[in-house]
Write a protein that binds this ligand. Structure first.
Ligand code: RP5
Length: 311
């Protein structure tokens, strides 16, 4: 009896602590943008080592002396900021707001500016200063599309052992690192983020050639797709633990959910990998899926929302 009670307590605390760790990972910790070489630099840019307990800026770390790296590819690009103070670029009134030509808000997070006028990563240290390959100082706005439908076997919804229906979601394999991810990408200028999500989904995951349909089916199919993508449900808006982040530039995403309850849309519309996606698939969801950045947390929240299987 005592053994049974101890077992129950153990299970309870394991679940509680797992939920806690997941929450911490989403908001308060760097896993992907720390203690690695910077992506695309072939070992030339190595981040300064940041132990787990030194991620937070609140923890003193007197030895901290990160290198600075801003990719030369950013110079002169219309979608990238100049160096702060150069070319008449003085964004001090733009931080944390969306009043200028660039959205510099960061979801629900407020970020600070250091004494030299640079934005400070709101989650903590990354071991690198500069912008890396990110165009904007501070937040770089992105959007992600979570497209789901029920997993079926012979036309019937598949259920987990615990009796919960199982979802699948549309995933793309990124060409830059080979990891599976949600279809998504950066906002073009100050475009509304719903447009970014839709545009990136269409570019990366949906065939633009509708010639597989009969001529009289094409317009209704396009309209159906358009209607489906009109009302995405907000799942997340905020910081992403992306491997490209630095102490002064990071990615902020808005993840919108679209659910094809009866497979009416994707029973007709063909998916196809495009742009910077090298492969595409409907992936069955469970707690073991591995995804780019913190996309898995968005998927977990969608499962909660639809009371679908995850754990
Ligand atoms: C992630 O990077 C975002 O969640 C979004 O999926 C993506 C945007 O970068 P690209 O796919 O355009 O490289 O942090």
């Amino acid at each position: 009896m005592l053994l049974f009670a101890l077992l129950l307590i153990n299970v309870y605390f394991t679940q509680v602590s797992t939920a806690f760790v997941l929450r911490l990972r989403t908001t308060d910790m760097h896993y992907n943008c720390r203690n690695t070489e910077y992506p695309g630099t072939y070992g030339k840019v190595i981040r300064f080592h940041v132990p787990n307990d030194k991620v937070s800026w609140k923890e003193p770390y007197s030895e901290y002396n990160p290198p600075t790296y801003t990719s030369p590819a950013l110079i002169g690009k219309p979608w990238a900021d100049p160096e702060i103070g150069a070319d008449g670029f003085h964004p001090e009134n733009e931080w944390n707001n969306n009043k200028g030509t660039v959205n510099r808000t960061n979801g629900n997070y407020f970020y600070e500016i250091d004494k030299d006028g640079y934005p400070i990563n709101p989650v903590g240290r990354t071991g690198l200063k500069g912008r890396g390959v990110l165009g904007r100082w501070g937040p770089n706005q992105a959007g992600d599309a979570i497209v789901t439908r029920w997993r079926t076997i012979d036309g019937n919804i598949k259920y987990s052992q615990k009796g919960k229906p199982i979802l699948e979601f549309l995933s793309v394999r990124r060409a830059d690192c080979g990891e599976w991810a949600l279809p998504g990408g950066f906002a073009d200028g100050n475009e509304p983020i719903e447009n970014t999500v839709k545009r990136e989904l269409l570019e990366e995951a949906i065939s633009s050639d509708f010639s597989y349909l009969n001529e009289n089916e094409i317009e209704p199919a396009k309209k159906m797709l358009d209607d489906f993508l009109k009302n995405g449900d907000l799942i997340y808006c905020g910081y992403v633990d992306d491997r490209r982040n630095t102490d002064q530039a990071w990615i902020t995403t808005t993840a919108l959910h679209f659910h094809d309850e009866k497979n009416e849309v994707f029973g007709v519309i063909k998916t196809e990998a495009g742009d910077d996606a090298m492969e595409i698939d409907w992936i069955e969801i469970d707690q073991y899926i591995r995804l780019y950045a913190n996309h898995k947390h968005f998927i977990r929240d969608v499962c909660k929302k639809l009371n679908a299987h995850f754990v």
